[in-house]
Design a binder for this molecule. Sequence first.
Ligand code: DP6
Length: 373
Amino acid sequence: DSTTGFLVERLDSGNENEYMDTMTVYTASTTAPVNIATLKYWGKRDKSLNLPTNSSISVTLSQNDLRTLTSVATSESFTEDKLWLNGKQESINSPRTKACLDDLKKLRVELEEKDSSLPKLSQWGLHIVSENNFPTAAGLASSAAGFAALVVAISKLYKLPQDMSEISKIARKGSGSACRSLFGGYVAWDMGVKDNGEDSKAIEVAPINHWPNMKAAILVVSDDKKDTPSTSGMQTTVATSDLFQWRIKEVVPKRYEEMKQSILDKDFAKFGDLTMKDSNSFHSVCLDSSPPIFYLNDTSKKIIKLIHALNEQEGKIIAAYTFDAGPNAVVYYEEENESKVLVTDPEIYKGVSRIILTKVGDGPQDTEESLVN
Ligand code: DP6
């Protein structure tokens, strides 16, 4: 497993006993959550910096159910950066991972220049070990939690003084949605206006305790890998959809303010209405792309109808669906309505392979657990 892999690497990389006595190995670990957007990020104005064409909003999900644990280690004897994901060694050279490491090392260099007594961690190799507590096959995007954990673990290892919003700009370069996993509760990613991305960062809209009874049911419709990965899907949309121009200019800016307010007001009916509308707006611009991008399947559409029927029957919105770049549904509702929301048409279950019940959760957490000791 990854732990063993790491230890073998470590022991092989030096003059075993002697070096183990004299070389200090610095380590840090963190966990980071998954987030599911209620106002979708779809479209980049700068591909390499991952600058979005619109601001977005998400709910952070509980790490009891879904989380990435990442441990990092560095030592003078580590000559290269290395990465293990879910027990398998992976290339560290993807441009996105490299962009994150470069930024973090730069910030560490600043500290070392200010205080020459600090060990020169910026010059040593990093060993990074990361594991999810949920199967990648759960059909859930793991890149957000993954990049958030990577960036937070290294910022801890380097003892960087920057706050979470600042660090979120680095996570953003790994994967846009990752910047939102640096906070718990209700989170916005402010798109910013600058070309260098210095103001494109995550901010907390409200902490978990502000609206703690928010629950999420993840209906896993398919474990398959996405049809069209989000990165390329959004490029197609930006390049070809006319409707997309309307979405980013007329629809999202207003919705962004309204959704933040609905969270501050704990107004579920408003929040749910905006969440469903935004999911449908996002899937509409996908369909309006050329060639069209389809993420919803027949089961997804049945879930949409069922939730509308339920809300109709209740006379108010008590449940809200949202779909990312795939057919799996996330249904948000308040805890007190759980029994109403979970009673559902047996037809639905034919297309659903499993349901994960979870709730709003905390941001990245320090942990005693380590994958490297
Ligand atoms: C539909 O963050 O995965 O889930 O920045 O290219 O890595 P990259 O894209 P990614 O896109 C997420 C798209 C989405 C909506 C959202 O999470 O806001």
